[in-house]
Design a protein around this ligand. Structure first.
Ligand code: ADP
Length: 312
């Protein structure tokens, strides 16, 4: 099973280039699409979900061209959009059953079994007769996954599902996603690095409509080992460190400013080594210090324009 995205580009009528020659190969399993707000994640997700067309390029699901076979793809697809409305006065059971009918589950007893199984799977069975208007953010997202899983889809797209969830609900939602199965492609778009670190065996980072890094999270973390250094500084010194070092992140920790810099060797004796994690990978990529691995660059070279690292 494979989703192959080739040279996908999209410019909106207001002139924004939301997708700029995206090339990605996505195997079965959980794939994390990570990037800041405005990177183009939703534009890509909507294109893959057949809801909008790209200007150029292709997306092939097991060889099937998505934009040319929308009906067929929709039968294989489960989609949880970033924003979705729910009828507030309808119960979870009734709405899920309604979606099941729309998905073509005509046999009443089969439908009941599927709907009940999904409500159990998403931990909503006990609240199945409650109106959706009273659901918390986490319950809504779990309901969103339940409807996305109707019809046993092979391609599942979830767009920013954990934004706004409290930590407990996020863990619960992560557990739910990780149980979906390895015999499907699950694309998780997010701006939260931990979502990808916790769940995904493959990932890409996109920014300004371009893929700036792709690979397996564990390999990418391995690539930066020995290169990340930390130091506590005064907030007023930040500008100096930004210009003097390859600073990848700064944050307040216990009221003090902690910086991480990227360097092959210890910058000076006041810096200490850090075990780099996926967040350091993300910030290194976003500052242009880490670019697409050799294999991807080689693949990209075969195509006219490359998935180049950002330089700004
Ligand atoms: P993300 O999901 O990563 O936040 P989006 O795909 O929503 O990114 O947006 C990418 C860029 O395209 C942003 O600059 C956004 O403002 C713009 N954009 C998104 N949708 C539209 C639209 N329908 N019309 C015009 N511009 C859009």
């Amino acid at each position: 099973m494979e989703l192959c995205i080739q040279q996908l580009s999209k410019k909106y009528s207001n002139g924004v280039q939301a997708l700029d020659n995206i090339n990605l190969t996505i195997p079965a399993g959980m794939f994390g699409l990570l990037g800041p707000n405005g990177a183009g994640k939703s534009s890509l997700m909507r294109t893959l979900a057949t809801l909008q067309d790209a200007d150029s390029g292709n997306a092939l699901f097991d060889g099937l061209n998505i934009s040319e076979n929308k009906d067929q793809i929709r039968r294989l697809l489960g989609y949880l959009p970033q924003d979705f409305g729910l009828y507030p006065k309808v119960t979870a059971y009734d709405l899920l059953e309604h979606f099941a009918i729309l998905k073509g589950l005509e046999n009443r007893s089969q439908r009941k079994a599927v709907v009940e199984a999904l409500l159990h799977q998403t931990n909503l069975y006990d609240v199945r007769n409650k109106q959706l208007g009273g659901f918390s953010g986490g319950m809504r997202q779990r309901f969103g996954i339940a409807q996305a899983l109707l019809g046993d889809p092979r391609l599942i797209i979830v767009d920013e599902p954990t934004a706004g969830l409290d930590p407990e609900e996020r863990v619960r939602f992560h557990n739910l996603l990780s149980d979906i199965g390895t015999e499907k492609i699950v694309i998780l778009s997010t701006h939260i690095v931990e979502d990808v670190a916790d769940l995904c065996n493959h990932m890409a980072i996109i920014n300004k409509g371009r893929v700036i890094l792709t690979g397996e999270p564990l390999d990418l973390v391995e690539r930066i080992q020995g290169k990340i250094w930390k130091k506590f500084i005064e907030k007023s010194e930040l500008a100096h460190y930004k210009s003097a070092y390859q600073l990848i992140s700064s944050r307040l920790t216990s009221g003090r400013t902690l910086i991480h810099v990227y360097a092959d060797d210890q910058p000076d004796h006041e810096f200490s080594a850090v075990q780099g994690n996926l967040e350091d990978v993300y910030f290194s990529a976003m500052t242009g210090l880490l670019s697409a691995p050799q294999a991807t660059q080689a693949t990209a070279r075969l195509m006219p324009a490359t998935a180049a690292p950002i330089t700004t």
